[in-house]
Ligand binder design. Structure first.
Ligand SMILES: N[C@@H](CCC(=O)N[C@@H](CS)C(=O)NCC(=O)O)C(=O)O
Length: 518
């Protein structure tokens, strides 16, 4: 609408000036999160694109520019509304980033709408939201700055425009104060969930007359992060089955699982554990065409827990490898805390491994893995909790990540992290050894339980760390238990179905995201 009151050059100049102030403050606040090698292609592209856009602004008839700006805004709004499932650009490189920078610059220079191309692109790149923001916001500010220089240097800023700028300043101050108050106090999760709404409130400040950066804030990643929207990510169509004692009502509508049926998707990491399953009803396989999907990445110990329990219960399932989607909207739609695994059974989706394996045990036939006896059940839950609270953090999060996951990505181990954990790993192994000596065959005694399936992937994964070479031989009961577990038919089937241990690519982000610091 502002284009109907102002000439396009005035509008662009004001957007740029106000945007520079407002976004400059935000970028200053997130300066420590900026990864320069990632940002530079966008900056170079922006520097190339702005003069092209600036000259378009000078030579294009105002009417055409109005139409172009309107079209861009409508298309971007439609994009946010429809949220088309565009191909992932996770593997794109700096040249593509630079090209997006050029597009950002051209659009910014011509219209002042500096952030749109980068916002969309960053979400396709699959970076975590905070990292996306650390790219699209500084590149938007850079485009604002270059555009300001270009417009000023080429004489496109008139005295009238300056007057309008000073009139707008007080309103800008109030809007900026409100925004900092709101965003400054929110953590990242809350920021992302709430930003669509917050942006709607603080976005239309006169300081930012159009949805240039407000749209950037509430762009694809934010809009899709809001929970009800995020669920609608093409997960599955309502599909009522009669498996299990209780059927949960569909909580929300879903789309058809096209990713589960296309050969291309399967080649990307989907597989099924059908080969060894009996196909008659009541034999543990409830349906020869599985409507159970396990989402995760194969090397996750938690995903393995769920996979092994499914295999042991002879539940046919499809595995959907989320590696390339981790931390993207399609992942967050499944797991708002950005973890794996997630289980989908028909129209029912559940995350958190304890909930998943409990559900599998209850909803499907096959050997019961949850003891009926209250004390045994308490003991099982004690183990599950101990794995979550002590075994996973020390053996995996501290040691395995430093010894296997990071080095496989060319990232050196942090010895301080390992050193901090080793005494605690000793305690974990001693406790496990003692309890196994007491209990005999399995963690709760002669019967297998979910506790064993919770512990096994941890002990297995830690076994790849060099520390295990000296620590494991001191614990003969653990060795014997592990051999017993690995000898189970389910484990043999599960291991045979696993892909090779490839590096966990998205773990590069863990270095900054959640590596312990000592
Ligand atoms: N509390 C969760 C923990 C799951 C978890 O930590 N999963 C790890 C993999 S083993 C994960 O999703 N990591 C991905 C990431 O942090 O990016 C559960 O029980 O399912």
């Amino acid at each position: 609408m502002w284009l109907h009151f102002l000439a396009p050059t005035q509008a662009a100049a004001l957007i740029v000036a106000f945007g520079l102030i407002v976004q400059g403050v935000s970028v200053w606040k997130l300066r420590h999160a900026i990864k320069w090698p990632r940002l530079v292609p966008f900056l170079i592209g922006g520097a190339i694109g702005v003069p092209i856009g600036g000259e378009l602004l000078r030579w294009t008839p105002p009417r055409n520019l109005r139409i172009a700006v309107g079209a861009i805004l409508v298309l971007f709004s439609l994009y946010n509304l429809i949220r088309p499932n565009l191909a992932s650009a996770a593997r794109a490189g700096v040249i593509a980033d630079g090209a997006v920078g050029v597009a950002n610059g051209v659009i910014g220079g011509a219209t002042g709408l500096a952030g749109i191309a980068a916002v969309i692109w960053c979400s396709l790149r699959g970076w975590p939201p905070a990292e996306q923001r650390a790219v699209f916001q500084p590149s938007g500010v850079a485009v604002f700055a270059i555009t300001a220089l270009w417009l000023g240097g080429t004489g496109m800023i008139s005295a009238n425009t300056l007057t309008l700028f000073f009139i707008g300043l007080p309103v800008l101050a109030v809007g900026t104060w409100a925004r900092l108050k709101l965003f400054g106090k929110l953590d990242d999760q809350a920021f992302r969930r709430g930003s669509a709404n917050l942006a709607a409130v603080v976005g239309p400040q006169p300081a930012r007359p159009g949805p240039i950066m407000p749209v950037s804030y509430s762009g694809r990643m934010h809009a899709k992060d809001s929970f009800p929207l995020a669920l609608d990510q093409g997960i599955a169509r309502p599909y009522v089955r009669t498996v299990g004692p209780k059927r949960s009502r569909p909580a929300f509508p879903r789309r058809s699982p096209k990713h589960c049926t296309s050969p291309a998707h399967r080649a990307k990491g989907l597989w099924r554990n059908l080969s060894d399953c009996k196909s008659q009803p009541g034999g543990g396989l409830e349906n020869p065409m599985p409507d159970v999907t396990l989402f995760g990445f194969p090397r996750s110990v938690y995903v393995q827990m769920a996979g092994i329990v499914l295999t042991h219960k002879e539940v046919a399932y499809t595995f959907h490898d989320l590696e390339a989607e981790m931390n993207t909207p399609s992942h967050i739609a499944l797991h708002p805390f950005e973890r794996v695994p997630i289980l989908q059974h028909g129209d029912f989706v559940v995350y958190e491994t304890a909930a998943i394996v409990g559900y599998i045990d209850n909803a499907f036939d096959g050997p019961k893995l949850t003891p009926a006896d209250p004390r045994q059940r308490a003991r099982m839950n004690q183990w599950i909790s101990a794995v979550n609270g002590y075994y996973y953090p020390n053996l995996i999060y501290h040691v395995s990540h430093e010894r296997n996951v990071f080095p496989q990505l060319g990232i050196p181990s942090d010895e301080k992290v390992v050193a901090h954990a080793i005494p605690k790993v000793e305690v974990c192994l001693q406790v496990l050894e003692r309890e196994l000596l007491d209990s005999g065959q399995f963690l709760l005694g002669p019967e297998l339980s979910l506790a064993d399936f919770y512990m096994l992937p941890i002990i297995h994964a830690f076994g790849f760390a060099p520390e295990a070479l000296t620590m494991y031989p001191k614990h003969q009961a653990i060795y014997a238990w592990r051999d017993r577990m690995e000898a189970l038919p389910a484990l043999k089937r599960f291991r045979a179905a696993q892909p090779p241990r490839a590096p966990i690519e998205h773990a590069r982000r863990w270095v900054e995201g959640h590596r312990p610091k000592y």
